[in-house]
Write a protein that binds this ligand. Structure first.
Ligand code: SF4
Length: 329
């Protein structure tokens, strides 16, 4: 077990509780009619109120419901009322595309009860999962029902709950509501592109045990061209630093053909300088999906040359590479 995931291991061994269980037991006082400003003050003070029946998780749910009415869970900051319309992510209420015990994640995470949401705040032209991220698929499942499925999956060996998509960020209120009904001592994994706002990160604090991040680009130009997002580098580096303070971190980077100097190298340089003890999974399963063939430099699978260049550079920097078997197409 990598040193960086030692709390994850302690939860699995029953030596400590998953953060969301602690948030459910932490009593806080707030009025349901209070405005966002007052609710945030209660959240930041975290003043315990033993006589209160409401918990820190209840407070987070209340805040997220308010944000839902003028959405800025992610840096697209659409400000739409999600009760009435979808924003850039295409999500109003949560839609689940699939949920199953996943054996294809990193060895330390499997089997992982993985919940795939439909919709995404990124529009990656090479998306390997485009049929759920960019299409209006999936269906609403009552939070209580999904919580029951989580508790049942423990019996089948699930080591964690893996919130992914598409992207989990637009579905933050829903995820908190599911956890209100769940009881199992399972680590919660935020499997995300990390383009959320600081306020979304604050809501995740005390809920998420492991941030499984998808660090895609080393500059804003590639992010804008290939995923249609602005201010990528500042947002993603900020959120990685926050995630590292709030929980444990496993950083994924999908190596793409011809993106070593603009993306892979600056990402590895930044990790080595700012998060030197982080565990990194360099992924080599890129293949041209969706609209990727329209972009010459990524219109072919990653090559052995791409692979060795990325791996050798990570080793040169002493980045802590996760040992997974690369699949070279
Ligand atoms: S989560 Fe969706 S609606 Fe909300 S700000 Fe992001 S893209 Fe817009």
């Amino acid at each position: 077990m990598p040193k960086q995931l030692d709390i994850y291991e302690k939860i699995l061994n029953g030596e400590t509780q998953a953060k969301y269980l602690l948030a459910k037991q932490y009593p806080v006082q707030f009025e349901s009619m209070e405005g966002l400003k007052g609710l945030w003050e209660h959240h930041e003070n975290k003043q315990t109120s033993p006589m209160s029946k409401a918990s820190l998780l209840d407070l987070k749910i209340k805040i997220s419901d308010e944000i839902f009415k003028s959405c800025d869970f992610c840096e697209r900051r659409c400000k739409v009322d999600r009760r009435k319309e979808a924003g850039e992510c295409g999500v109003q209420e949560a839609r689940i595309a699939s949920q199953f015990l996943h054996w294809g994640e990193e060895p330390i995470l499997v089997p992982s009860f993985t919940i795939f949401f439909s919709g995404c705040n990124f529009h990656c032209i090479f998306c390997q999962n485009w049929s759920i991220s960019q299409m209006n698929t999936g269906k609403w499942i009552e939070p209580e029902e999904l919580a029951k499925a989580i508790d049942e999956k423990v019996e089948e060996g699930a080591k964690n709950v893996n919130w992914v998509g598409g992207e989990p960020t637009p579905n933050l209120p829903y995820i908190l509501k599911v956890l209100k009904f769940a009881h199992s001592n399972l680590p919660q994994i935020w499997n995300s592109n990390m383009y959320c706002t600081e306020k979304a990160m604050r809501l995740l604090d005390g809920i998420i045990d492991v941030y499984l991040t998808d660090f895609k680009y080393g500059n804003d130009g590639c992010a804008s061209r290939l995923s249609k997002v602005k201010d990528y580098w500042e947002t993603i580096t900020r959120n990685h630093l926050t995630a590292n303070n709030q929980g444990e971190l496993l950083i994924r980077h999908l190596v793409m053909p011809n993106h070593f100097y603009c993306c892979t190298k600056p990402i590895l340089d930044w990790i080595s300088e700012n998060l030197p003890n982080s565990l990194v999974n360099l992924m080599f399963q890129y293949r041209p999906e969706y609209h990727a063939r329209e972009y010459k430099e990524i219109s072919q699978p990653v090559s052995m040359k791409d692979y060795t260049k990325a791996r050798d550079y990570a080793e040169h920097l002493h980045v802590d590479l996760m040992r997974t078997i690369p699949s070279i197409n």
